[in-house]
Design a binder for this molecule. Structure first.
Ligand code: ZN
Length: 289
């Protein structure tokens, strides 16, 4: 049986491949040094528009297990993932959630918001799902994976509590998050902050002059202090919003860069999921409070 063959593969030869670095970080916390984790999309990479290279295809074919986000986040990889799934174990992380937990939005390619990692509670569920799949594939390491998973869940719970407290510290009427694209829907719902995106859910859609004017009007009308750039999305349109506000004599600050669809640089705090979510919460609080 394939899975038992895999289980005898030595740790450094057992390769788990993920599309996003966010998924890769979750898996590293579960397997630690007991497997090799490879992520195709590094810092600053936009998964909505990501096109695989020849090297990626080779890496996908060599991996023992593959995890992707799903819900059309990796929209340009759908066919490739479907083909690889005939030969390899391929899992969509979003399968961890049931339909009632997903945010339906018409402007998303499949009608559902794919940015599930920004509700830490939901992400805990995803981590549990991934851990279960890894334990099934490698029964010899299952107890070790399970221990690591429980410790990581604890860290995620603390992160959730901390982000909740941080966002609650912003007065309710100032709790409006204006960003380049609609990545923060789950974040907004989980932490009670209104989210307004300049661009539809996917960065594939271009943002028009009408969208820019709509945001300028909203900022001025509601006296919003700051808007945010995103590390993996062009800041061109948001700069146009800031300039547009200035044109009407309203000064809106740039609150800083938020991590949305990719982690920060490796070997930095923001290069981990917990670090990235915490950094975002801090950036938001500093600009809006
Ligand atoms: Zn996105």
């Amino acid at each position: 049986m394939l899975s038992s063959c895999w289980d005898t593969a030595s740790d450094e030869k057992f390769i788990i491949l993920t599309t996003t670095g966010i998924l890769g970080d979750a898996i590293k916390n579960i397997v630690k040094e007991h497997a090799q984790v490879v992520s195709l999309m590094g810092p600053g990479i936009d998964p909505h528009t990501y096109k695989t290279t020849q090297k990626d295809v080779q890496q996908l074919e060599h991996a023992h297990m593959i995890f992707y986000n799903g819900l059309d986040l990796e929209g340009k990889m759908n066919n490739l993932l479907k083909n690889i799934a005939q030969k390899r174990k391929v899992y969509a992380a979003s399968d961890a959630l049931d339909a009632t937990q997903l945010l339906c939005e018409d402007h998303f390619p499949v009608g559902i918001d794919p940015h599930i990692w920004f509700d830490v509670k939901l992400w805990k569920q995803v981590v549990g799902f991934i851990s279960q799949k890894l334990q099934e594939a490698r029964p010899g390491s299952a107890a070790y994976y399970q221990r690591n998973t429980l410790a990581y869940m604890e860290a995620l719970e603390q992160l959730h509590q901390s982000v909740t407290a941080q966002i609650q510290s912003i007065p309710k009427e100032q709790r409006v998050l204006i960003t380049a694209h609609d990545a923060f829907g789950y974040f907004g719902k989980a932490y009670d902050i209104e989210v307004v995106g300049l661009q539809g859910v996917s960065t594939v859609a271009e943002c028009g002059l009408k969208d820019i004017k709509r945001i300028i009007d909203l900022i001025i009308k509601r006296n919003i202090k700051a808007v945010f750039f995103e590390a993996s999305v062009s800041d061109r349109s948001m700069r146009a919003v800031v300039e547009g506000c200035a044109h009407y004599g309203y000064e809106v600050a740039v609150g800083g860069y938020l991590y949305s669809d990719a982690l920060g640089a490796p070997d930095t705090v923001e290069g981990t999921y917990c670090g990235m979510v915490y950094a975002n919460a801090t950036t938001i609080v500093n600009a809006l409070k």
